[in-house]
Design a protein around this ligand. Structure first.
Ligand code: GDG
Length: 468
């Protein structure tokens, strides 16, 4: 198995705080269990691209990485991936930048990825490509003669056709995706958006099993909801490091209720709206002001992109404003922390929190919601408040689901969560836990690989019928 993603991030190499980001966390556990090579960008810059592969073995995982030129990083990573596709795929065409150089850089880096990974691919290998950075990689590899089975999993939402058509050359981008054998999405909503596009914009036929007829082949398109490494995470939540973190947080709040948010600092996560809703809750419940603390852990991300600098400034202003209005000499309601913590400590913080506040404006899945559930004490669990716009809302029906844009609704739901009787908390948690346990990262990987292996694993170049 050759796994390809933009960045390769193994916890030991990433330092004490470990991998931050859903994709890194999921791929680490999938690869540790089953082996294979993980190929991608090292995160390092080089003056001139050589394609040199740095092969390493770390924490049971073989990685192969390349360095990229500054212009590559600017146009492909900061540019097309994070200024064009990421906002567009999260329904933010107001933040989407369309720049010809970005598109060219994106194609160039995908070609560089293809050239560099090519020598690693052996005859029977499966190639599993990840995310919006590498949509055309499959077609680039096909052009170089790769006949292996190749699949793409998209970790983000897929936008509605009406938004996607604002992207110059959208047809070319989608056509390049159809060179994969399997296209995986987080849920049926994003899958249906994709199928709608290929039918309406490309006139393609979609079969009853959602496979797409394209140039004499059948491309499988399906939802594969990603999960967490349930066993690893629940064990971490019960270990000594988690217990210490739990106790440290608990004793610091002196009996107050704890709400927790854990998110990369990203405008898609709805942090500003969340802070406002908490501020509204404090204003509407003066009897409780001083009795609840919001701990928001938000490690900075993509700091070279202007919209991320902007959201960071907005949040600093909002935190200052709300704390200024509701703090007193011995208490501050929002603890806003711009750094990452090791996973075990994170698990302890989740367990200490009475409410998990997961309110993205749009999210492919959202693993934090699942981690929060896995980390709870089943005898005395906290309550998950979950945005209806997270992919996870399709599965986590027993969470308190909210519209994150409605300050009132979120504020009222915080009130409801704090008042929820123990029996209801246990009942909801038990159902959520069953879903998180069953739909874990191992199952996600197995389902995808099963579809990727297909029945007729030999690519003939002519008609091929693959049944997943
Ligand atoms: C993308 C999609 C999809 C966060 N802070 C720390 C830390 N994290 C970890 C969390 C969680 C992961 O990062 C974040 O995953 P999410 O799924 O919530 O969000 P994205 O990073 O946006 O991920 C998303 C995902 O891919 C997988 O397909 O669910 O929709 O956007 O695991 O725990 N980890 C540590 N310290 C931190 O401070 N160690």
């Amino acid at each position: 198995m050759i796994v390809v993603s933009n960045r390769v991030s193994v916890p030991k190499a990433a330092g004490a705080a470990g991998a931050q980001g859903g994709l890194a966390v999921a791929l680490n556990s999938a690869l540790r269990e089953h082996g294979g090579i993980w190929f991608g960008w090292s995160g390092q810059e080089t003056e001139e691209f050589t394609g040199h592969l740095d092969m390493q073995r770390n924490d049971g995982i073989t990685t192969a990485t390349i360095d990229l030129e500054p212009q590559d990083i600017e146009e492909y990573y900061n540019g097309y991936a994070n200024r064009t596709l990421w906002p567009l795929f999260h329904y933010r065409i107001d933040l989407t930048e369309y720049d010809r150089n970005f598109g060219e850089g994106y194609e160039r880096v995908n070609a560089r990825f293809a050239d560099s990974v090519l020598p690693l691919i052996e005859e029977e290998d499966l190639v599993w490509v990840h995310d919006y950075h590498l949509l055309p990689l499959g077609s680039q590899l096909r052009e170089k003669g790769v006949k292996n089975r190749m699949g793409l999993f998209l970790h983000t939402p897929w936008p509605p056709t009406r938004l996607l058509v604002s992207l110059p050359f959208h047809e070319r981008l989608v056509a390049s995706m159809l060179e994969y054998d399997v296209l995986g999405f987080q849920n049926t909503e994003w899958l249906e958006s994709f199928l709608h596009y290929v039918q309406k914009e490309m006139g393609l036929k979609v079969n009853l099993d959602n496979s797409i007829e394209y140039q004499g082949r059948r491309v499988i398109a399906r939802a594969f909801p990603i999960g967490i490494d349930f066993r690893e995470f629940t064990e971490a939540a019960q270990g000594a490091e988690a217990r210490e973190a739990h106790d440290r947080l608990k004793s610091s709040v002196r009996g107050r209720k704890i709400l927790i948010g854990v998110d990369r600092l990203d405008y898609s996560k709805g942090l500003g709206e969340r802070f406002e809703a908490f501020g509204r809750f404090l204003a509407d419940n003066p009897q409780d002001a001083g009795k609840a603390v919001l701990l928001q852990i938000a490690p900075p991300s993509r700091g070279d992109v202007a919209s991320y600098q902007q959201i960071r400034e907005d949040l600093e202003r909002k935190t200052g404003h709300i704390n200024g209005a509701h703090a007193d000499v011995a208490f501050v309601p929002i603890r806003y922390v711009n750094q990452g913590y090791p996973r075990a400590q994170l698990a302890g913080f989740y367990r200490a929190a009475d409410i998990g506040l997961v309110t993205p404006l749009r999210d492919g899945m959202n693993l934090v919601a699942k981690e929060y559930i896995a980390a709870q004490d089943p005898e005395n669990p906290g309550v998950l408040i979950l945005s209806q716009f997270a992919g996870a809302a399709h599965q986590l029906k027993d969470a308190l689901q909210v519209n994150p844009h409605s300050t009132e609704h979120v504020a009222e739901t915080i009130r409801k969560a704090l008042d929820m009787p123990l029996a209801e908390r246990r009942d909801r948690h038990a159902k959520l836990l069953a879903s998180v346990r069953e739909n874990d990262v191992q199952r996600w990987r197995e389902d995808f690989v099963k579809a990727l292996v297909g029945k007729n694993a030999v690519r003939t170049g002519t008609t091929e019928h693959n049944e997943a």
